[in-house]
Design a protein around this ligand. Structure first.
Ligand SMILES: Cc1ncc(COP(=O)(O)O)c(C=O)c1O
Length: 393
C-alpha cells in the first residue's frame, strides 16, 4: 500500500472556499414570473402589491399580528426607536452586531451596556436593574444567534420601571417558544433579511408590532412621514422595501422550510461530531421549541490545545472562513469605549466570550463531507497534541 493511501490529508478543493454562511437562493428560473409581473405593472416601490403580499404572508408564517417591511434591519431598528419616541438612555448588550448600538446613536440615545449571561450570551436580566437611572427609557436586548432572551424576566423589569422593550431579533426569524413566536415579546421586535440571514431578501428587514395603530405610525415613519399627498406628520425616513425585494421574499418563503430543516441537520451533525472534543463547548439551545439554527457558535475553552485565534487561522489556512461573532465587543469600538458602562470590569462575561467564540459555517448547501472536514479540523488539534503531551509526561 502506498504512503498516500494510508495518510489522510485534509485538503480544500482548489476552487472551494467555505464561508461562515452562504445565501440561500431560490432557483433563478422561479423568480422570472415575479419579475415579469413587476415589469408589467411598473410598480417598483412605495408599498406595491408584493410589499403588501409579503407583509401578510410573513405575519401568517411567523405567527405575528402586524409587521412592517423595511429596506434593511438597521433602518428598522432606527425607526423602531423613533416609533416609540425613545430618548435618554437605553440598556443594551455589548455582545451583538454593531448595528444594535449604532441605532441608538443615530437617535441621539446613550447606550448603557450590561453584561450577558454565560450560558446564553444574551443580556443578563439579573444585571439590568443596577444599570437603570432616571434617564433610562428602554431596554434593547438581542436574541443572540436566534436563542430567545429571558423575555419574562426582562418584561418584569420593564413593567416595574415603566420601560419599553425593543428586541433586536435580527437572528430570530421563525423561532418559536412554547408560547408561540419569540417575536411577540416586548413592545417591538426587529428582523433582518440581510443576505447572511436565515431568511433573506438580498437586503431587508421588518418591525413586528402588536397593534394596528403602532403599525400605522411605523408605516408613516418609513415613508418620510407622509400620510397622504399633502400631509407629513413626522420627520420620517425612506425605509421602504422595494418590490423586487418583496417579490423575492415571497419566493424565498416557499423554500424556507426546507432550508430550516437542512440547518437543523447540520446543527445536529456538528453537535455529534464535536461532542467528545475536550475544550470545545457548543452553545445549547435555550427556551426555543423551534430553533432556526442561524449560527453554530463554539467556545474554545482553556483546555483546548490551541487558542481560538490559532484555530481561526487554521481554518483560514484550509480556506474555511469561520467568524469570530461577536469580537470585538461593540463596547470596544471607538465611539463606545469611552462610556462608563463599556469598561471591561462591567462586562466580564461578554469580554470572555468574545475571546473564545468561533462561529462555524452553517448554511443549507453545506455538504456533509465539508461538515465532517470542519469538525475534523477542530478534533484534529486534540489528536495532534495528545502524543506530544504523552512525551512530556
Ligand atoms: C444582531 C443584528 N442586529 C442588526 C443587524 C442589522 O441588520 P441589517 O444588516 O439588515 O441592516 C444585524 C445584521 O446584519 C444583526 O446581526
Amino acid at each position: 500500500m502506498s504512503a498516500s493511501a494510508t495518510v489522510r490529508v485534509v485538503q480544500p478543493q482548489a476552487d472551494e472556499r467555505i464561508y461562515v454562511t452562504q445565501p440561500h437562493l431560490a432557483p433563478l428560473r422561479e423568480f422570472i414570473p415575479y419579475l415579469e409581473k413587476i415589469w408589467d405593472s411598473k410598480v417598483l416601490t412605495n408599498g406595491g402589491p408584493f410589499h403588501h403580499q409579503l407583509e401578510k404572508a410573513l405575519c401568517e408564517y411567523l405567527g405575528v399580528q402586524h409587521l412592517a417591511l423595511f429596506a434593511n434591519g438597521t433602518l428598522a431598528l432606527v425607526t423602531a426607536l423613533q416609533a416609540l419616541r425613545i430618548t435618554g438612555e437605553v440598556i443594551t448588550t455589548p455582545y451583538s452586531f454593531v448595528a444594535t448600538a449604532h441605532s441608538l446613536l443615530w437617535n441621539g440615545i446613550k447606550p448603557v451596556f450590561v453584561d450577558v449571561d454565560p450560558d446564553t450570551l444574551n443580556l443578563d436580566p439579573a444585571k439590568i436593574e443596577a444599570a437603570i437611572t432616571p434617564q433610562t427609557t428602554a431596554i434593547m436586548p438581542v436574541h443572540c444567534y436566534g436563542h430567545p432572551c429571558d423575555v419574562d424576566a426582562i418584561q418584569k423589569i420593564a413593567d416595574n420601571y415603566n420601560l419599553r422593550v425593543i428586541y433586536d431579533a435580527a437572528h430570530a426569524f421563525g423561532v418559536q417558544s412554547e408560547a408561540g413566536s419569540v417575536l411577540q415579546h416586548g413592545d417591538l421586535s426587529v428582523l433582518s433579511f440581510h443576505a447572511t440571514k436565515v431568511f433573506n431578501t438580498f437586503e431587508g428587514g421588518a418591525i413586528i408590532c402588536p397593534d394596528a395603530k403602532t403599525k400605522q405610525r411605523i408605516d408613516h415613519l418609513k415613508n418620510f412621514g407622509f400620510v397622504d399627498e399633502v400631509t407629513v406628520v413626522a420627520s420620517g425616513i425612506n425605509g421602504k422595501m422595494s418590490e423586487i425585494n418583496a417579490a423575492f421574499g415571497m419566493l424565498q418563503l416557499q423554500h424556507i422550510d426546507a432550508a430550516l430543516a437542512r440547518r437543523k441537520e447540520i446543527d445536529a451533525m456538528y453537535r455529534e461530531l464535536l461532542r467528545d472534543v475536550p475544550g470545545i463547548r457548543c452553545l445549547p439551545g435555550v427556551g426555543e421549541k423551534t430553533s432556526n439554527h442561524a449560527y453554530f457558535p463554539i467556545l474554545v475553552e482553556a483546555d483546548y490545545p490551541i487558542g481560538r485565534d490559532a484555530l481561526y487561522q487554521k481554518f483560514r489556512d484550509n480556506e474555511i472562513h469561520a467568524r469570530r461573532y461577536f469580537y470585538p465587543l461593540i463596547s470596544d469600538f471607538p465611539m463606545y469605549r469611552g462610556l462608563p458602562s463599556a469598561h471591561r470590569d462591567n462586562l466580564p462575561v461578554a469580554a470572555d466570550a468574545a475571546l473564545k467564540v468561533l462561529c462555524l459555517p452553517i448554511y443549507p448547501a453545506l455538504s456533509n463531507e465539508n461538515i465532517e472536514r470542519i469538525a475534523d479540523i477542530v478534533a484534529g488539534e486534540v489528536r495532534i497534541s495528545a502524543p506530544l503531551e504523552a512525551c512530556m509526561r
